[in-house]
Design a protein around this ligand. Structure first.
Ligand code: MG
Length: 252
């Protein structure tokens, strides 16, 4: 684990840039999910994102990151995160997670949303609702003086009380001049543990919630994470700044 003193605190002028980056990213993701239709491939969706990113004059943060080949991670149904856009066709009844990062004036922003295509089952709708709300339960704890474990615990508690499971193998992260900075933000843990949260911390919280087991595996492509039992998974993420007044969501 990373020590507290390695967490870079951002100055108000940096948070201003991160806020702008987040607003741009949020509008891109909104547009991408709006254009999602049954019959489209995940690659077509990624190309829409690529065009929007270029139209906004920002840089895609994921493309080329450790060799990742696309602008978005697009993860369908049992895919948890890091899905590589390709020739998979999106169908009515699917749930599709779109995770996008950009660089604006040398600062990173990162967000993810999972949406249903056409009519989805009530179980999948519940999965989306619980995952989205678990993110807000975590964000609610992002006040100066609280500890990192308070965020982790709030997410895990909310998810498990609703009989879903929370992924352990992938976590949130600090964000700023790098896509992934200290600290790691697990979506599970104990209250009143871990680093004390301070004004100026900027973090990306990203719960990944499964219908079945929390366990996952990585596919042969070396990227795509799927649930170990093949049951569906959802993912929501916001980048946010911790301010004196509490959490400031940057990506909405
Ligand atoms: Mg992230």
């Amino acid at each position: 684990m990373t020590a507290t003193n390695h967490i870079k605190l951002k100055a108000p002028n940096e948070i201003k840039i991160l806020r702008k980056a987040g607003r741009i990213l949020s509008s891109i993701v909104k547009e991408v999910t709006r254009s999602l239709k049954s019959g489209m491939t995940t690659q077509q969706l990624d190309l829409i994102a690529e065009k929007l990113i270029s139209d906004h004059d920002v840089i895609p943060a994921f493309k080329g990151y450790r060799g990742f080949p696309a602008c978005c991670c697009i993860s369908v149904n049992q895919e948890v995160v890091h899905g590589i856009p390709g020739d998979r066709v999106i169908r009515d009844g699917d749930i599709v997670s779109v995770d996008v990062g950009i660089i604006y004036q040398e600062y990173y922003s990162d967000t993810a949303v999972t949406v249903g295509v056409g009519k989805i089952s009530s179980k999948l709708q519940e999965l989306l609702d619980v995952t989205r709300q678990s993110l807000y339960e975590g964000i609610e704890q992002a006040h100066p003086g609280n500890r990192l474990g308070d965020i982790s615990y709030a997410i895990q508690k909310y998810v498990e009380e609703r009989s879903f499971s929370i992924v352990r193998d992938f976590v949130g992260h600090g964000i700023g001049r790098n896509l992934h900075e200290a600290p790691e933000i697990p979506n599970f843990g104990s209250p009143a543990t871990g680093p004390v949260l301070k004004e100026g911390m900027v973090i990306a919280i990203e719960p990944m919630v499964n219908v079945g087991t929390w366990q996952t595996r990585i596919c042969d492509d070396g990227w795509t994470v799927v649930t170990a039992d093949g049951q569906p998974s959802a993912h929501f993420e916001h980048s946010l700044a911790i301010t004196a007044d509490g959490p400031l969501i940057l990506t909405e």
